[in-house]
Design a protein around this ligand. Structure first.
Ligand code: SF4
Ligand code: SF4
Length: 518
């Protein structure tokens, strides 16, 4: 019998909170059921642990509490955004797509509400990646693997799949018992229902992904009538398979063996980062209530942990947090909820497991007050970098030009001598028009006195300068010939400035290159 069973009977008289099984049941369950499905032998010592261990099925128990509620909230918000965002519309005018978030590969554009990113502006993506990395580092410095526990897609989808598993196959004890029975129609029906819903979610996950790459209502209609491009069906199939496999079958194996972040975050953390911690200063030596009372009668100490294993049974990765932090612990806080419920039932203070630090445990053991250092050098540094990168990105977006020009000198030949002795250089000039109207630009080349400038395929001129028309939300590349009639020194390389000025007025944009001589 479990060491906690006697005290459980003693405390069973207290009414459990609504929806919670009585403590006696919980403790008996702890005695009856192994932590994992096929755990028959104790784990080997740390230095004898294999590099890879085959997955042992985990049956996480339903739990209620603060952290569970936070996880549900995050799950609904993140999945709601993922599935519904492609259907949000954003009016950009007649010549632009009306989807709020769209990755338009054919036209090489990324649309995010009022922001439109061109391929030439890929540095915004770099800025976003820096911001995301710094935010992850900051989260890690403040509260450990909070990303893993609440926000990581693997965690969110696994959480959803586990909820469906509990709904179809029963909570931990019922599911364990059913798995020990031979296959029956009922068991087959339950398992079939579970896999059906898993596949539906996985399929919709893949389906939502492709909606970000084309007009969502159109692609939904094309998919339904089998008129969508083949690549759309390929990606839906691929993501259906990966979601079903990773969230349904592999689960914590992804965190332990596939994901690099647990290893990286371990190198980025310090002793003041808050982590889900078993307060062993308070919990040890663990003993049942009855045993604790006997120990106290003898003048011996007993901790608050009654060894009921509730913290382990609710853990989605099968970790016993009382053994200290380990790779499998995604810091989801569900063991805090489970232990708090137990503490409430036996009338002891909550937060035997809590977000805390080993530093504080040591301080409490020495009779000192715990300290919480959210503001430290590393958190301040990450926050400053986030603020700086954010400010630079905001400034560049706010002062972003609606046009632009770039120039590339012809590589071969570098110059041509004409029959009258003058020299000609050719350039590829690309002009960007990010507005939603056709615009005309006057091209001026300065740096070479008396130079003659011609645009191939465009005879229009204004004030002696060639005029180039560029369609709405387009870029246009033209070949520009610059002819020098003056005699140049041998090996000449004369800096040129190519300036485009909108005919309707506004600031001019310019780019530089060189005129090369023999
Ligand atoms: S830490 Fe809490 S939930 Fe875990 S075994 Fe001890 S009393 Fe039970
Ligand atoms: S040990 Fe606790 S915090 Fe860690 S994964 Fe398990 S339930 Fe979550």
């Amino acid at each position: 019998m479990c060491p906690g069973s006697d005290i459980a009977l003693a405390t069973n008289a207290a009414s459990p909170p609504l929806g919670q099984p009585p403590l006696a049941e919980l403790v008996e369950d702890a005695a009856r059921t192994p932590l994992r499905a096929n755990a028959t032998e104790p784990d080997p010592p740390d230095d004898e642990q294999p590099l890879y261990a085959a997955r042992q099925k985990i049956y996480p128990q339903h739990v209620t509490g603060t952290f569970r509620r936070v996880k549900w909230l995050v799950l609904f918000i993140t999945l709601g955004i993922y599935y519904l965002l492609p259907f949000v519309r954003w009016d950009r005018g007649p010549n632009a797509p009306s989807q709020a978030v769209l990755i338009d590969f054919p036209n090489r554009r990324f649309y995010f509400f009022f922001i439109e990113i061109w391929p030439q502006e890929v540095y915004y993506l770099t800025g976003l990646l820096i911001l995301a990395a710094m935010a992850l580092f900051l989260m890690n410095a403040i509260a450990g693997r909070v990303w893993c526990g609440y926000l990581c897609p693997q965690t969110v989808w696994t959480d959803l799949f586990q909820a469906i598993e509990r709904w179809t196959e029963g909570d931990r004890r019922e599911h364990l018992q059913r798995d020990r029975q031979p296959w029956t129609v009922d068991r087959l029906a339950r398992a079939g229902t579970k896999h059906f819903f898993w596949l539906m979610i996985a399929w919709w996950t893949g389906g939502a992904w492709v909606l970000y790459f084309a007009d969502a209502p159109t692609i939904v209609r094309d998919l339904a009538t089998f008129q969508a491009p083949l690549i759309a069906y390929v990606f839906i199939g691929l993501l259906t398979f990966t979601t079903y496999t990773l969230a349904g079958w592999m689960r914590e194996q992804v965190c332990v063996y596939m994901c690099p972040w647990p290893r990286i975050q371990a190198a980025l953390t310090d002793e003041y980062a808050l982590n889900v911690t078993y307060r062993y200063d308070r919990g040890e030596p663990r003993a049942s209530l009855k045993k604790a009372a006997a120990l106290h009668e003898q003048g011996l100490p007993a901790g608050d942990c009654i060894d009921c294993l509730q913290c382990v049974h609710v853990c989605p990765t099968g970790v016993d947090i009382r053994n200290g932090s380990e790779l499998g612990c995604i810091q989801c806080g569900l063991c805090i909820d489970a232990c708090d419920a137990v503490m409430q039932k036996i009338g002891r203070p909550s937060r035997l497991i809590a977000y805390d630090t080993d530093v504080n445990i040591k301080r409490r053991q020495q009779g000192q007050r715990p300290i919480y250092r959210i503001v430290r050098t590393r958190t301040a540094l990450y926050a400053v970098i986030i603020a700086l990168v954010g400010a630079v990105m905001t400034y560049t977006l706010a002062t972003r030009r609606n046009d632009g020009v770039s120039v590339i000198h012809d590589r071969n030949p570098l110059f041509v001598r004409l029959s009258d002795g003058s020299l000609r250089n050719a350039f590829a000039v690309r002009i960007l028009n990010k507005t939603l109207e056709t615009k005309s630009f006057a091209l001026k080349v300065s740096g070479l006195a008396d130079a003659e400038v011609d645009v191939i395929g465009s005879a229009a001129r204004s004030g002696g300068n060639p005029i180039i028309e560029v369609g709405p939300d387009q870029s246009r590349e033209v070949r520009v010939l610059v002819t020098a009639h003056q005699r140049l020194v041998p090996g000449a390389s004369i800096p040129l400035t190519f300036t485009i000025a909108p005919e309707t007025g506004g600031n001019a944009a310019s780019a530089g290159d060189h005129f090369l001589g023999p």
